[in-house]
Design a binder for this molecule. Structure first.
Ligand SMILES: [Zn+2]
Length: 153
């Protein structure tokens, strides 16, 4: 069901993220590529691995908290992408609402990756507010355009 709503490129990206195969600084370094720094360019405190960008960076955690609040959920912290998807896949009792939450999670991951790349390659800084809004808008578009217009409850 989720596969029908979420674009294939995003599904592929998330699958690679779970496997730790997206080109983060540490992944590139392990492939012997010459990179300036393996530290995260946003919080500059930790090594930039996949799970740092998408789960553990302070910037990510603020956005994730805002999104969870928007969903009416309590604050959650996840150590890796698999944990988040596992949480969403088992959440609640209503299958329709669960699919919506999964879409929101995919949109969150996809947007965090785009925000990171924008900053790294184009020097575009996305504010927390803007980033959160982008995640909501993309989820809405997926559910509206690809889920036969059923956005409401
Ligand atoms: Zn960081």
């Amino acid at each position: 069901m989720v596969c029908k709503v979420i674009p294939i490129k995003v599904l592929c990206f998330v699958l690679r993220a779970v496997q730790g195969h997206i080109p983060s600084a540490t992944t590139l370094q392990s492939r012997d590529m010459n990179i300036d720094s393996t530290l995260c360019g946003t919080c500059i405190g930790e090594v930039e691995c996949v799970d740092h960008i998408l789960m553990r960076c302070s910037y990510t955690r603020i956005i994730m908290n805002k999104i969870f609040k928007w969903c009416g959920l309590n604050k959650q912290e996840f150590n890796d992408v698999g944990e988040l998807l596992h949480f969403a896949a088992l959440w609640g009792r209503c299958p329709k609402k669960r699919i919506k939450l999964l879409c929101i999670c995919y949109s969150l991951l996809w947007n965090l990756w785009k925000i990171r790349n924008g900053k790294l390659f184009r020097e575009v800084f996305t504010t927390i507010c803007r980033g959160t809004e982008n995640i909501k808008v993309l989820t809405y578009l997926w559910l509206k355009c690809r889920g036969n217009g059923r956005v409401g409850n």
